[in-house]
Design a protein. Structure first.
Length: 61
């Protein structure tokens, strides 16, 4: 969900920059997806670890 919201925000920033040019609003909003990208990567890695753990527990039982 976070990755989807950040990608939508990035597309909106690009469209805003094309329509109105690079002003303070488009630059300020453009920083947010890049600032929150490490959280997406951390969540992605945690999700992989959780899936591995669930699969290992299925094999034990």
């Amino acid at each position: 969900m976070l990755a989807g919201a950040l990608s939508v925000l990035l597309v909106m920033v690009v469209l805003l920059a094309i329509k109105k040019g690079l002003d303070g609003t488009s630059i300020g909003l453009g920083v947010i997806p890049f600032a929150l990208m490490p959280i997406v990567f951390l969540n992605w890695n945690n999700l992989k670890e959780i899936k591995k753990e669930l699969n290992s527990r299925k094999n034990v039982i």
